[in-house]
Design a protein around this ligand. Structure first.
Ligand code: BDR
Ligand code: CA
Length: 307
């Protein structure tokens, strides 16, 4: 049976890769997609999400989530993703996709309640929407099947010395989610930065027929150029790893720990995540290694499955 998922994205170049991977995966049934503010402002992440989903031909509803973090001033990551958040591809007029009227947080709660213990939420942006949903519906941790997030780092950040972007963009929300008691999986920078896209692989994937592979390649061209100009090495496939985990967790090695978020806004380590040993429950599953060859097979398979 297909796994029901809701994706919460701040589309974003690697978010787009995650959407292509999910849309082409036969293991997943995408129930809804929520765009949230993060890499760029909400108007842009909504637009980017609608355009990517239109490209895949998927007919699932797209909602708008939060337009700002819970407490802090917004921080963005346009230097990695470009001014639009999805610099590279040019999209025409949409004919399938339009934004739903219902707000993303209400939709998230409604859908999890409609399918108790069946929905996995994949969140690859700041955790603002999930935090709002957990505050509005305290029963959510026992109703959701699992929450899989790209967030945090235990070995240095990519936005400050200590903090990873999604955790730093809304540390107060991350704290609510990590301490919610919901079944949680955390794909941190420690694993996501080990999966990188080389030029050779991109040129191979570019040969796949169809508009989805074309848009994916144009996104990755920009992502690669931005990494290159920052001298950051090959581009890191953060967000698609969360989708890959839900497709087949047996391809990952994981540990189980408690995760703590620094929410001291005047500390230099604001937004930093750290892990502690624990006995019993209340922890977070933290994948520490992945079968990288399998990941790229899945990326290729999804792109071949899409128009
Ligand atoms: C995360 O930050 C964003 O810029 C990416 O889309 C990813 O979700 C990596 O730190
Ligand atoms: Ca993201």
């Amino acid at each position: 049976m297909k796994q029901k998922v809701i994706l919460d994205v701040d589309t974003g170049l690697d978010d787009a890769a995650a959407l292509f991977l999910a849309a082409g995966a036969k293991e997943l049934d995408i129930v809804a997609i929520i765009a949230t503010a993060g890499n760029v402002g909400l108007d842009k992440t909504v637009e980017n999400t609608l355009n990517v989903i239109e490209t895949t031909g998927l007919k699932c509803p797209v909602f708008a989530g939060s337009d700002r973090p819970l407490v802090r001033q917004a921080v963005e990551a346009g230097d990695f993703h470009g001014e639009t958040g999805l610099d590279g591809p040019v999209f025409g007029k949409r004919v399938i996709q339009e934004l739903q009227e219902e707000d993303g947080i209400s939709a998230l709660i409604r859908l999890i309640k409609t399918y108790p213990k069946e929905i996995t939420v994949i969140s690859v942006g700041p955790l603002t929407d999930l935090a709002h949903a957990l505050q509005k519906e305290p029963a959510l941790p026992s109703l959701v099947k699992e929450i899989v997030v790209m967030s945090g780092s235990f070995s240095g950040g990519n936005v400050t010395e200590d903090a990873e972007f999604n955790a730093y963009a809304d540390p107060e929300a991350a704290k609510i989610v990590f301490s919610s008691g919901a079944p949680l999986v955390m794909l941190s920078l420690d694993i996501t930065r080990t999966v990188t896209l080389t030029r050779e692989r991109l040129d191979y994937l570019r040969m796949i027929e169809g508009r989805s592979a074309e848009v994916f390649s144009q996104c990755m061209d920009t992502y690669m150029a931005n990494y290159e100009s920052k001298k950051f090495g090959w581009p890191q496939m953060h967000d698609p790893l969360c989708v890959a985990y839900v497709m087949d967790r047996s391809k990952f090695v994981a540990e189980y720990k408690r995760v703590v978020v620094d929410t001291n806004s005047v500390s230099p380590s604001y937004g930093m995540t750290s892990k502690e040993n624990l006995d019993g429950t209340g922890g977070v599953t933290i994948p520490t290694d992945i079968d990288r060859a399998w990941f790229w097979e899945m990326m290729e398979r999804s792109l071949r499955n899409l128009p």
